[in-house]
Ligand binder design. Structure first.
Ligand code: GTP
Length: 400
C-alpha cells in the first residue's frame, strides 16, 4: 500500500542525509562495538592465564583453579574462548564492515545546499499524484526545519532528516478530525437517526463503502438502513439490494428514475418510526461538470439535511480525485472523505493530498473487497504505512 510514495519519501531522506554528511566532511570511522572490545580483553586475559600456566608457581595454580571453578573447567574456559575467538573473528570482520559515518564538524544547511534535493523530491511527488500545493507545503516545512539550524557533529543526520520529513507529512495529513461514531451516538441519545449522505463521481465506490460501513455499524451493535438514492444508474438499486441481503440491512427503494431526495426522505422517516440509528444514503455517481446533476445533489442535501455529507473518492484517480473533492466541496460543503481502493497499490498521492486540499478529514479508507475492508482513517496509521516496514494488514470477514 502506497509503495511508490513510500520509496520516494525514503529516497528524499537518504539524499538529504547525504547532503548533510558531504557538508560536514564526514569521516568514516570503524565503530567496534563493546562486544569486540570485551573480546580483546577476554583474549588478553586468557593468554595471560595460559602464559602464567606454563611458568607459574603453585600459588598461581590455585588462582587459575579459582577462575576455572567460575567457568567450570580450563578445557571449557579455553574451548569457550576458541569458540568465541572464532565468532569474535567473524564478528570483528562483519562489525569492521559496519562502517558508521560521523560528521567531521557541525553543519548549518543553507537553501542552496538542499535546493537540488528538494527539486528532485518535487518531481517525484508530483509523479506520485501528490497535489502541487501539497508538495509546496512539504518543501516549505522541510526548509523551515532544516535550513539555518545547527546540526552538531554528535547528531545523527539520518534521524534528523527522517523526523523532519515525517513531521512535514503529518502536518499535511492532520485536519480537524470527525468521529463518525460519536456523531451517531449523539443522535442516538436524542432518539434520532444519524443521516450519512454519500456523494462522488461514477464508480468510485459509494455503494460499496455504504455497505461496508453498514456491515461495520452492525458489528458494533448499531441499527442501520440503506437508502437506494442512486435511481439513475441501471442496476444500482439491485446492487444495493444485494448488499442489503448480504449484510442483513434493510434497503429503502423506489423504482428506477424516481426522485433521489424522495427515496432518502422515506428512508429517514422509516428510521425515525422504528428508532433506527443510522441512515446510509446512496446517490448516483455524477460528473462535476454536469450542472443538472450537481443541482440535483444540492437539492438532495437541502431536502434530507444530512448530518454528514461524505465524498467518496477513488485513490487510483490520483489528482482527479482531489479536484473532484474540491468541486463537490464547493457545491455541497462535504464534511469528510472516504478514499477507496487504497489496497490496489494506489500511488498514494490522493491519500496524502485530499484532506489538505479540501481542508476536511479523511474518515475511512477502502482497503479491499470484503465488507470489513473499511479502515477508520488515522494519521498515525498512515504515517506508519509511509514510514515503517509494517506487515500488510490481513483482511477478514465475508467477500461481497
Ligand atoms: N479493491 C477495491 N475495490 C473497491 C473498493 N471500494 C469499491 N471497490 C470496487 O469498485 C467498484 C465500484 O464500486 P461501487 O460501489 O459500485 O461504485 P459507485 O460509486 O457506487 O459507482 P456508481 O454507482 O457508478 O456511482 C466495485 O467493483 C467495487 O467492488 C476498495 O476499497 N478496494
Amino acid at each position: 500500500m502506497f509503495g511508490s510514495l513510500k520509496d520516494k519519501l525514503n529516497k528524499t531522506i537518504s539524499k538529504l542525509t547525504e547532503k548533510i554528511y558531504s557538508k560536514g566532511d564526514s569521516i568514516e570511522s570503524t565503530q567496534l562495538n563493546s562486544e569486540i572490545n570485551n573480546e580483546n580483553i577476554l583474549s588478553e586475559k586468557i593468554s595471560e592465564k595460559k602464559e602464567e600456566k606454563t611458568n607459574e608457581t603453585e600459588k598461581h595454580d590455585s588462582l587459575i583453579h579459582e577462575s576455572m571453578k567460575e567457568s567450570g573447567s580450563e578445557e571449557l574456559m579455553i574451548e569457550n574462548f576458541e569458540k568465541k575467538e572464532k565468532l569474535g573473528f567473524f564478528d570483528k570482520l562483519s562489525i569492521a564492515k559496519s562502517i558508521k559515518k560521523v560528521l567531521g564538524k557541525d553543519v548549518i544547511l543553507t537553501d542552496d545546499d538542499i535546493e537540488e534535493v528538494l527539486l528532485e523530491m518535487e518531481v517525484e511527488l508530483l509523479e506520485a499524484d501528490v497535489a502541487y500545493e501539497v508538495v509546496e507545503k512539504i518543501i516549505e516545512s522541510l526548509k523551515n526545519q532544516l535550513v539555518g539550524i545547527k546540526i552538531s557533529s554528535k547528531d545523527n543526520p539520518e534521524e534528523i532528516t527522517f523526523k523532519a520529513l515525517k513531521k512535514s507529512i503529518k502536518e499535511i495529513l492532520s485536519q480537524d478530525k470527525i468521529d463518525v461514531f460519536k456523531i451517531i451516538d449523539e443522535k442516538k441519545a436524542k432518539k434520532e437517526p444519524a443521516v450519512l449522505l454519500f456523494v462522488g463521481i461514477n464508480g468510485t465506490g459509494k455503494t460499496t463503502s455504504i455497505s461496508k460501513l453498514g456491515y461495520i455499524l452492525k458489528e458494533k451493535g448499531y441499527s442501520a438502513v440503506m437508502a437506494a438514492g442512486d435511481t439513475f444508474r441501471a442496476g444500482a438499486i439491485e446492487q444495493l439490494d444485494e448488499h442489503g441481503k448480504n449484510t442483513g440491512i434493510r434497503v429503502i427503494k423506489h423504482q428506477k428514475g424516481a426522485d433521489s431526495a424522495a427515496v432518502i426522505y422515506d428512508a429517514i422517516e422509516h428510521a425515525k418510526a422504528r428508532g433506527i440509528n443510522v441512515v446510509l444514503a446512496d446517490t448516483a455517481g455524477r460528473q462535476t461538470t454536469n450542472i443538472n446533476l450537481m443541482d440535483e445533489i444540492k437539492k438532495v442535501v437541502r431536502v434530507t439535511k444530512p448530518d454528514l455529507v461524505i465524498f467518496v473518492g477513488d485513490s487510483l484517480a490520483g489528482n482527479d480525485a482531489i479536484s473532484q473533492a474540491m468541486e463537490f466541496n464547493d457545491a455541497v460543503n462535504i464534511n469528510g472523505a472516504i478514499l477507496t481502493k487504497t489496497d490496489a497499490d494506489a500511488k498514494g498521492g490522493a491519500a496524502l493530498s485530499i484532506a489538505y486540499s479540501i481542508k476536511k478529514p479523511i474518515l475511512f479508507m477502502g482497503v479491499g473487497q470484503k465488507y470489513s475492508d473499511l479502515q477508520k482513517f488515522d494519521v498515525e496509521w498512515m504515517i506508519k504505512k509511509l514510514f515503517s516496514e509494517d506487515e500488510p494488514e490481513k483482511s477478514f470477514g465475508r467477500q461481497f
